[in-house]
Design a binder for this molecule. Structure first.
Ligand code: SAH
Length: 196
């Protein structure tokens, strides 16, 4: 299914195969856990479709040992996929909803990704304490990628996230030591909006 939709690396496909998506979605939608579509996860939020998680992980260009910042933990599924690639201890995630953060931490622990660190707070500030990161991504959309997040990524690092308040486009920035980041766009997407 995913193989046909997006040309992503074997490593990313393996990470998606390894993470039990049914453990991360509410019981009411568990029968659809392996459908390639977004699903509600409570609190008005959604878990992205697997092909979107695969695509974002692919263009984030991460490998084992890379330190990754996630903005928007949600149900923890995307964080688990990232953890399967880089190692759970290297994943730092910020979630604004206390209840989603608590439930995710519990789920990640149960599924063997307990090393993922979650902070409750506004992801627009990033998570300075563990910077610099090799890569960062956002799972909620804003009018631009937050400058704090870009600043917390090391030179050569990547930031991926949906940009736009109506129509959204997936953006990637490659951060440079001197001068502005190198931007590219990766198609139209539909994510929940960033909350304040
Ligand atoms: N990656 C998630 C998808 C989460 S949906 C998953 O696999 O389930 C987007 C998430 O971003 C929601 O959980 C929402 O609460 C969170 N969010 C929205 N605005 C935020 C902000 N300003 N800071 C941190 N998290 C935010």
């Amino acid at each position: 299914m995913l193989e046909r939709r997006e040309a992503v690396s074997a490593e990313v496909l393996e990470a998606l195969r390894r993470v039990p998506r049914h453990e991360f979605v509410p019981e009411s939608v568990r029968d659809r856990a392996y459908a390639d579509r977004p699903l509600p996860i409570g609190d008005g939020q959604t878990i992205s479709a697997p092909h979107m998680v695969a695509k974002m992980t692919d263009i984030l260009d991460i490998g084992r040992g890379d330190r990754v910042l996630e903005i928007g933990t949600g149900c923890g599924y995307h964080a688990a996929v990232t953890a399967a690639v880089v190692g759970a201890d290297n994943v730092f995630s910020v979630e604004i909803s206390e209840s989603l953060a608590a439930a995710s931490q519990e789920r990640l622990d149960r599924c063997g990704y307990g090393g993922v660190s979650i902070r409750i707070g506004d992801g627009r500030e990033g998570w300075d304490e563990h910077a610099p990161y090799d890569a960062a991504y956002l799972t909620c959309a804003a009018s631009e990628l937050p400058s704090s997040v870009l600043e917390q990524v090391a030179p050569g690092g990547r930031v991926v996230g949906p940009v736009g308040t109506g129509v959204q486009t997936l953006h990637r920035a490659i951060v440079h030591e001197d001068g502005p980041p190198e931007w590219s766009t990766h198609g139209q997407v539909r994510f929940v909006g960033m909350r304040e």
